[in-house]
Design a protein around this ligand. Structure first.
Ligand SMILES: [Zn+2]
Length: 68
């Protein structure tokens, strides 16, 4: 289940967003948590707040530029 938030951290390239899940303790007690995308380049300075490029997209893009 994917929940979206207004102040969302997301990747511009692949659209990866914050998703919700559970922290599960040893006694199987579950509490809410969020999984954020691993954003390495933030575009916060470009008025697009909480947006950026995730680590996976950054890696593939640098790979392409190095090959050419
Ligand atoms: Zn991405």
């Amino acid at each position: 289940m994917i929940k979206t938030y207004q102040k969302n951290r997301s990747c511009v390239v692949c659209g990866k967003q914050t998703v919700t899940g559970h922290n599960v303790s040893h006694s199987q007690k579950k509490t809410k948590r969020k999984f954020h995308p691993n954003i390495v380049i933030s575009l916060g300075f470009m008025k697009k707040k909480n947006q950026g490029i995730c680590a996976k997209c950054y890696k593939t893009q640098t790979k392409k530029t190095n090959k050419a």
